[in-house]
Write a protein that binds this ligand. Sequence first.
Ligand code: ZN
Length: 252
Amino acid sequence: MDTKTENPSKDGEIGHIHLISQMITEIGSIFSKLGFEIVDGPEIETEFYNFDALNVPADHPARDMWDTFWLKPKSAGKLLRTHTSPVQVRYMETHKPPFAIIAPGKVFRYEATDATHETQFFQAEGLMVGKDISLSNMKWMLSKFFMKFFGKQIEIRFRPSFFPFVEPGVEIDMSCFKCEGKGCNICKQTGWIEIMGAGMVHPKVLESAGINPREWQGFAFGVGIERLTMLRFGIDDVRLFYSGDLKFVNQF
Ligand SMILES: [Zn+2]
């Protein structure tokens, strides 16, 4: 029997899950297998959770690192979260360590868009707190993550950096998954790709969430989901994800 003529309603094309949503699921699933709990937080945040509790008080020059969309009136202290880090604080306030979480979610920046910047994008925040957690635990976890995500053995290196909510702070580079260190256009001939910011959670951040920094310590990292996806699939313009162009969307 020709089902097409029998039931024309079944003849339509059905859609599929957007590439970014697929990646969010995949990232969550990889970290779940490493023992991380997937958690969520609000996109409209308070100034307290987005900044103050993360060791960025109102008069701190580091606030300029994040161009912020404030809700009106600004005096109410509500904003669109500029990073997923507030989820760390909310989780730490309500849970006792040890724990490990991954928090993927939408973030917002009040800045001009171009091939590598969007006003709205996704991050995944990772946090692990315990008695003896160190940067080497993070290095191991992230190596496992990259190996699963890119399907290859990936080296990781740390460079000193500054973020107010970590001490010490590091910038993380991964060895180029394409040329394996020989140098190519993806890694700008260096063999390394700058991939995320991270560090050891600042004692003030732990304290602000009610966790004793003399007893507990942990690492935290924040990674751009579009950035990871662009690298993996060789996509050169972040704006393609949200352009609604079916020629792009249907490739994935
Ligand atoms: Zn390369």
